[in-house]
Write a protein that binds this ligand. Structure first.
Ligand SMILES: Nc1ncnc2c1ncn2[C@@H]1O[C@H](COP(=O)(O)OP(=O)(O)OP(=O)(O)O)[C@@H](O)[C@H]1O
Length: 221
């Protein structure tokens, strides 16, 4: 994905605040790119623009030969569902679904076509990769924070997205669990060729990044 000369302003009445200024960035396949910088520097805004969740004021977001800024809402929704994965600070699992059912639902909504026979095998495979193969029938309220985040990672990857957007994925976890989750995310990036764009405040997590991009006042430093 290529972000080219991204500008973003928010206006409230007469006042306009420029939050992103001429940001150009390439997000590479199979690499973990970390966005860091002080609070208010524009990290989350940039992530949500790259993910097609927010519009730009100007600039382009090129992905697979298309400019996301030129797509209508329906085309964007289809692109996000099929090609992007999302991991947030909170796992946002569906409370009444088991671990395996969360993944099954994601497969259905993404449109990744798997036969009735192969889908359960694929779900088991990804549960094993995140170390949750022993708990396919667990509901979120019986999981620890780290376990929930493992399922959130599995869910972000089961439809084989080309890019995963992760906004503070370890912020709600203790240090050991944070390192475990980052190792997992890093291994998956390397093994599957998926690109990861991650926002983090935590300097300790930067060691897992292939590239660290520091933002200051809406620009890449
Ligand atoms: N919807 C919005 N309307 C108006 N201003 C906004 C909006 N979203 C973000 N901003 C402003 O844009 C600036 C950058 O916000 P952003 O959330 O991207 O920063 P951040 O680096 O991710 O910060 P944090 O680390 O605290 O999450 C801030 O000054 C914020 O107040």
């Amino acid at each position: 994905m290529e972000l080219k000369q991204i500008e973003k302003s928010f206006s409230a009445g007469e006042v306009s605040e420029q939050v992103l200024k001429d940001v150009t960035l390439t997000i590479e396949s199979g690499k973990l790119t970390a966005l860091t910088g002080v609070s208010g520097s524009g990290k989350s805004t940039l992530l949500s623009i790259a993910a097609g969740l927010q519009s730009t004021t100007s600039g382009s977001v090129l992905f697979d030969g298309r400019d996301l800024t030129a797509l209508d809402q329906e085309a964007l929704r289809a692109l996000r569902a099929g090609s992007f994965g999302f991991i947030f600070q909170s796992s946002y699992l569906v409370p009444f679904l088991t671990a395996a059912e969360q993944l099954e639902l994601m497969l259905k909504t993404s449109g990744r076509k798997l036969s009735k026979k192969t889908a359960p095998a694929e779900i088991s495979r990804i549960l094993t990769r995140v170390g949750m193969e022993h708990r396919p029938d667990a509901h979120p309220d019986t999981m620890s924070g780290g376990e929930k985040q493992r399922i959130a990672i599995a869910r972000a990857l089961i439809h084989q997205p080309k890019i995963v957007f992760a906004d503070e994925p370890t912020a709600s976890l203790d240090s050991k669990r944070s390192h475990d989750i980052m190792k997992l995310l890093k291994d998956m990036t390397t093994n599957t060729g998926t690109a990861v764009l991650m926002v983090t405040h935590d300097e300790e997590m930067l060691r897992y990044a292939d590239r660290v991009v520091e933002m200051r006042d809406g620009q890449i430093k």
